[in-house]
Design a protein around this ligand. Structure first.
Ligand code: AR6
Length: 174
């Protein structure tokens, strides 16, 4: 099952897949971090398309075209702001991955690339977030018998190492 997940280090705006996921905020109208980079690379049409979405709740995901991006679509999801781990942050982060994959499946998309949702400006601890990301994706692919290829995009070496370590541990458990 793990071969369905690959890890790539770099800028998600350069990834050529059916959909890249954006770690947005509830307004869905752009921001900093990966959200800013995606809007910058996609061009102003993306913001126009996002205006029609009417925002989103934490854990939800919504689809737009990719405009000037190499990716055909952008799936905008709103990660939880990490407070103390006692405000359902884990469930909400899981919901981001699940909702995004659900949209990909519904639209028959074959490849999707995720950034490390919530681990930047929203301060989710990197290792916990990586565990949730990988376990949620594997669970979805297994249960939904879905033919989706997933790329985990690590912006830095630390995140890449975390993803590799977690996937390796899952491999050796089997
Ligand atoms: N490609 C891939 N990953 C990236 C890129 C990039 N170009 N740029 C940053 N990252 P963040 P959040 C990584 O802060 O924590 C925005 O203002 C980054 O290193 O982008 O979910 C939104 O509008 C980190 O690992 O998103 C929201 O207000 C990960 O992407 C808020 O930030 C997520 O970091 C969302 O915060």
């Amino acid at each position: 099952m793990e071969e369905k997940i690959s890890i790539w280090q770099g800028d998600i705006t350069q990834v050529e897949v059916d959909a890249i996921v954006n770690a947005a905020n509830k307004s869905l109208l752009g921001g900093g971090g990966v959200d800013g980079a995606i809007h910058q690379a996609a061009g102003p049409e993306l913001k126009e398309a996002c205006k029609k979405l009417g925002g989103a709740e934490t854990g939800e995901a919504k689809l737009t075209e990719g405009f000037n991006l190499p990716a055909k679509y952008v799936i905008h999801t709103v990660g939880p702001v990490y407070r103390d781990g006692k405000h359902e942050e884990d469930k909400l982060l899981e919901s981001c991955y699940r909702s995004s994959l659900g949209i990909a499946k519904k639209h028959h998309l074959k490849s999707i690339a995720f950034p490390a949702i919530s681990t930047g400006i929203y301060h989710y601890p990197a290792e916990e977030a990586a565990q949730i990301a990988i376990h949620t994706i594997l669970d979805f692919l297994e249960k939904q018998t879905s033919e989706i290829t997933v790329i985990l995009v690590a912006f830095d070496q630390r995140t890449e190492n975390l993803y590799r370590k977690i996937l390796k541990n899952i491999d050796t458990e089997e």
